[in-house]
Write a protein that binds this ligand. Sequence first.
Ligand code: NAP
Length: 292
Amino acid sequence: MPSTTRLYCVYCAKSQKNLSGKALKKIVIIGYGNVGWHLARELYRAGHNISQIFSRKKKTADTLAKTVHATVVNDWDSVDSDADFYLLAVSDDAIEEVSQNLKKNSGVVAHTSGTVASSALANHERFGVFYPLQTFTRYVELDWSVIPFCIWGNRSEVRESLMNLALTVNYRVSLISDEDRANLHVAAVFANNFSNHVFAIAEDICLSNGLDFSIIKPLISESVKKLTHSSPSQVQTGPAARGDKATMDKHLERLGSMPEYQAIYQILSKSIMKGVGKRGELGAEPNVPRKL
Ligand SMILES: NC(=O)c1ccc[n+]([C@@H]2O[C@H](COP(=O)([O-])OP(=O)(O)OC[C@H]3O[C@@H](n4cnc5c(N)ncnc54)[C@H](OP(=O)(O)O)[C@@H]3O)[C@@H](O)[C@H]2O)c1
């Protein structure tokens, strides 16, 4: 595991002007789930031509595609072969199959996965990755200006094309290798999927006891806000961080009728007590602004 943080080629708003001032692109979006829906809308808003959307659920997609003036297709022979980009927003386990189904074309073929290696698209001449590091749910609008884009491509010219495309919707664009993206994705699962699951458990415990979950929400907001200034390991609080065994035992007793939550409580408490996640900041003071 590397001990230092690597720096990537991150373009800023200044360079966006130079790189994105090119002709707007013809794009085919393949897969119209959470990511496909968002990408189609945002790239359309940026002025690109979303020429086609490939969806096996043509009927549903037809209605949604109207907003981006795209034609919906559901057979591979009908997919245009002259688009600039083919963005595969399909389930991870379908990427390779979809790539094989997609006929030869003159564009760049890229997938949007955090985990799948770019080589899954190697049957095409120009291929890469167009991974937006954010959580997407269809119909839930997002602030695109803060979404980091992780880009990779099999040639420098492909990397540049994908970076230029990302820069038309955002300026947080980084070149990230397959290996680094896969590690980032593991971290993202902890940071987003697991933390959200823990929030869902908190909600369930509240509801099971006739309590309103909204009373917990300011606590959640504050936990996230603290990360602006500090490493999460520096600001860990709670009974496990204090080594308060008596309180932990009481909590475990209360969770007696919820054995799955009991097990999760124990695993997380152990991890906190062992100091897992602390790296180089042990004993350091949190870097929070203080009032004098
Ligand atoms: N959601 C996120 O927060 C997020 C964030 C970043 C990256 N990603 C990545 O983006 C990609 C799409 O994720 P998602 O959340 O948008 O998934 P999703 O909502 O489940 O949508 C997946 C899409 O893939 C299509 N699909 C699945 N198998 C297919 C096949 N064999 N042939 C053609 N189409 C197929 C589905 O089509 P049907 O509707 O016809 O079944 C559906 O449109 C994944 O690689 C994921 O890792 C997701």
